[in-house]
Design a protein around this ligand. Structure first.
Ligand code: PMP
Length: 395
């Protein structure tokens, strides 16, 4: 039904079920990228000639669209980055360094683990990990214990985890962190494509966004920074465009947010085209997107459950678009090789979340991640391919 909006599906026969890795792009996003490069390619926030002014206006429009999209209070709270990985690295090195301890969950993506471990190496601040149950439920009692024992902490937690699609109750997590005066960042890489995000309602202090997981271009993302932290966050990458005055004797003074955080030439085409993906989502509406994904997930789950010896690690009710599983006595890598030959795109392995795989004592899983543009026939093709693969591997 929606595939017609995404040129990938007209050109590829692949049954695309790897939306957790990246999403397909609607024609409007592709058109905006082409328009920038073919009609007004110029740098932003520098030169004053006509095309450069158009580029700057389009770039700043994206900031306003994203601000409204996530209901940030001001456009100055939106800083463009290359994606969630850069957003987290930025906040880790420019703000997280102030804290004695960092609290994450055991289900985090490596992007929300390794930057903190690097800080631990250089600054010696601690990395504390909230337990989860065997069913992957966030352990609120343990979280509160960590907060109580470590009052000077910064918290960084995924909204939706990538390996299992597990949805965290982030409003409850944010409110608990704040009750111990700990600022908190939410990794929204997997959530913005499926959930209406209202950063004022969530009340998080930082919210990391990935363009390419939200039907937008690769190499673009953002970080929402609540205004009250603007002066406490240091510039991350420094250089041109972010400065007020540079003097060889007196040093440098910086512009205000967001510009002090956007040194150097940005991914201009990416930022400009990103707003088209947000407009696309708005046109379809989150209600429709969620309803469609729920229907697809129910069907996927009921069909998967008919397969022999399937092992799930969490309940369907907690999953957003992603189902992660294994088959007893079958290596997930073997399934991947066979499914690839049958034209089915899924991901197998640890999904950049090795700590949770270690906890579950597995090397990885088979991950099917859906988007609203998938249809029931994609799931039928997946299931028949899985049946063939299982019978080949069991023979
Ligand atoms: N966090 C999570 C939960 C993710 O799923 C991903 C991408 N797989 C990232 C962070 C990294 O995002 P990006 O690709 O935008 O750097």
């Amino acid at each position: 039904m929606y595939k017609k909006d995404f040129p990938f599906f007209a050109n590829s026969k692949t049954v695309y079920l790897d939306n957790g890795a990246t999403t397909q792009k609607p024609q409007s996003v592709i058109n905006a990228t082409i328009d920038y490069y073919t009609k007004y390619c110029s740098n932003t926030h520098r030169s004053g000639f006509g095309d450069a002014a158009i580029a700057t206006t389009e770039f700043e429009k994206s900031r306003e669209v994203l601000q409204k999209f996530i209901n940030a209070n001001k456009k100055e709270e939106i800083v463009f980055t290359s994606g969630v990985t850069q957003s987290i690295n930025f906040i880790a090195s420019s703000f997280g360094k102030r804290f004695k301890n960092i609290i994450i969950s055991s289900l985090e993506h490596h992007a929300n683990i390794v930057p903190w471990q690097m800080q631990n190496r250089t600054l010696g601040n601690g990395l504390l990990v909230v337990n989860c149950s065997d069913n992957l439920d966030f352990d609120f009692t343990h979280f509160e214990k960590l907060l109580k024992e470590n009052p000077n902490s910064f918290v960084s937690i995924a909204h939706v985890t990538n390996a299992f699609g597990k949805i965290h109750d982030i409003k409850r997590i944010v409110s608990l962190a704040h009750s111990y005066s700990c600022p908190i960042m939410i990794d929204g890489a997997q959530s913005l494509s499926g959930f209406k995000i209202d950063v004022q309602d969530i009340d998080c202090d930082f919210f990391a966004i990935s363009g390419h997981k939200t039907f937008g271009p690769t190499g673009v993302g953002a970080i929402y920074i609540k205004e009250k932290f603007h002066d406490m966050v240091d510039p991350y990458i420094t250089g041109g465009a972010a400065i007020n005055l540079v003097d060889l004797e007196q040093g440098t003074t910086f512009l205000n947010s967001p510009y002090k955080f956007e040194a150097g030439t940005q991914n201009i085409a990416g930022v400009i085209a990103f707003k088209e993906s947000l407009k696309y989502i708005e046109n379809i509406g989150y209600k429709t997107i969620q309803k469609r994904k729920d229907e697809l997930m129910q069907y996927l789950d009921s069909e998967l459950k008919k397969l022999p010896d399937i092992i799930f690690y969490n309940d369907l009710k907690d999953c957003s678009g992603t189902r992660s599983f294994n088959f007893k006595d079958i290596m997930h890598d073997d399934i991947s090789i066979l499914l690839d030959k049958m034209g089915i795109a899924i991901r197998v392995g640890h999904h950049c979340a090795q700590p949770i795989m270690n906890k579950l004592k597995i090397k990885g899983t088979i991950r099917v991640s859906l988007a609203f543009y998938n249809d029931f026939s994609d799931i039928d093709k997946l299931i028949s391919s899985l049946k063939r693969a299982i019978s080949m591997l069991k023979d």
